[in-house]
Design a protein around this ligand. Structure first.
Ligand code: COA
Length: 251
C-alpha cells in the first residue's frame, strides 16, 4: 500500500499478519531487506522517501527529516514497535525522541548512537559510485557468509537507489551523533530496547550496541559470525529474536 505523507507517496510493504511493528531499512536500501521478517514475524516495512517505490522529498538532509516520515507512518498504524537497521536504527531512535507516545519498543539492528562514516565512502559515493558500492557490499557481510545471490541483491538495491540518495543516507549517518546526549542522560528511553548485532560487523561493531546496554538498559543479542546485514545473514535467528522480544514486551 501507499500512504500520502504531506503530498509525498510512501510505499509500505505489508505482511498478512498485522503486527504493530514497523521496519526501517538502512542506507541505500529498501523495505525488501525485511522480506523474511515480514513473512515470519509480520508487520510493515517502509521504503524511505527516495528509496524503492517511494517518492522523494528533496529537502531531506538529516536523520530527523527521515524520522518525521516514520512518525507519520507509525501514527497511521497506531502504537508500534520500530525495528531499524543501521541508518534505520538512527531513524528509529529519532522517531522515539520526536514522538515517544507512539513507540512501544525499539529494536536496534546493527546500529549505534553515533554513526561516523569513512570519508573514503562519502567521497567515493559521488566520484566513483559503482566501485564504492562494490566496496561497501564487500564490507557488509561476514567473511563466513558465501551467498553471492544475497550480496548481488544488496548491490542492486544500492545502485537502484543511486549515487545521490545513497550519499545523502551516509551523510545523514555521519552527522548523526547522540553519544553525549545519552551519556549525560539528556536522552532517556522509557520503552524496552533490544539490540541485535553481528560479531563480525565492521560498519557498526558490537561496541556500539553495548553502549545501549549500558545507557538505556537494552537487551543485546550478538549473532556469532554475522556481519552488518545480520537480518539477511541470519534471517531465522533475527526473526526469532524480534518475535520473542515483541511478545515479551506485551504484544
Ligand atoms: N557507540 C559507542 N561508541 C562509539 C560509537 C557508538 N555509536 N561511535 C563511536 N564510538 C567511540 C569509538 O569506539 C571510539 O572509542 P575509543 O576512543 O575508545 O576507541 C570513539 O567513540 C571515537 O569514535 P570513532 O568512530 O573512532 O571516531 P573517529 O573519528 O576516530 O573514526 C571512523 C571515524 C569513520 C573511522 C569510524 O567511525 C569507522 O571506522 N566507522 C566504520 C565505517 C563506516 O563508515 N561505517 C558506516 C556506518 S553506517
Amino acid at each position: 500500500m501507499f500512504i500520502d505523507v504531506d503530498g509525498i507517496k510512501i510505499r509500505i510493504h505489508e505482511s498478512e499478519k498485522k503486527l504493530p511493528l514497523l521496519y526501517v531499512h538502512g542506507s541505500g536500501g529498501t523495505g525488501n531487506v525485511w522480506q523474511h521478517q515480514l513473512a515470519t514475524v509480520g508487520g510493515y516495512a517502509i521504503d524511505l522517501p527516495g528509496h524503492g517505490e517511494s517518492e522523494d522529498d528533496e529537502t531531506i538532509e538529516f536523520v530527523e527529516d527521515y524520522a518525521r516520515y516514520v512518525v507519520k507512518v507509525a501514527e497511521s498504524i497506531g502504537e508500534v514497535f520500530i525495528a531499524g537497521h543501521s541508518l534505520g536504527g538512527a531513524i528509529a531512535q529519532m522517531a522515539y525522541l520526536i514522538k515517544p507516545e507512539i513507540v512501544k519498543g525499539l529494536i536496534l539492528v546493527s546500529t549505534g548512537a553515533r554513526l561516523r562514516v569513512l570519508n573514503e565512502i562519502l567521497d567515493g559515493l559521488i566520484d566513483n559510485f559503482e566501485e564504492t558500492a562494490k566496496m561497501i557490499v564487500d564490507n557488509l557481510f561476514s567473511h563466513s557468509f558465501k551467498d553471492e545471490e544475497v550480496k548481488k541483491m544488496v548491490f542492486e538495491e544500492i545502485t537502484g537507489c543511486g549515487s545521490r540518495i545513497t550519499h545523502r543516507d551516509f551523510k545523514a549517518c555521519d552527522r548523526f551523533d547522540l553519544l553525549e546526549d545519552y551519556r549525560s542522560a539528556k536522552i532517556k528511553i522509557e520503552v524496552p530496547v533490544m539490540c541485535i548485532v553481528g560479531s563480525d560487523d565492521i560498519m557498526t561493531p558490537p561496541k556500539y550496541s553495548e553502549f545501549f546496554q549500558k545507557m538505556v538498559n537494552a537487551e543485546i543479542k550478538v549473532m556469532e559470525k554475522a556481519g552488518h546485514m545480520v537480518m539477511l545473514e541470519r534471517p531465522d535467528e533475527v526473526s526469532r529474536t524480534i518475535l520473542e522480544f515483541v511478545e515479551k514486551s506485551g504484544e
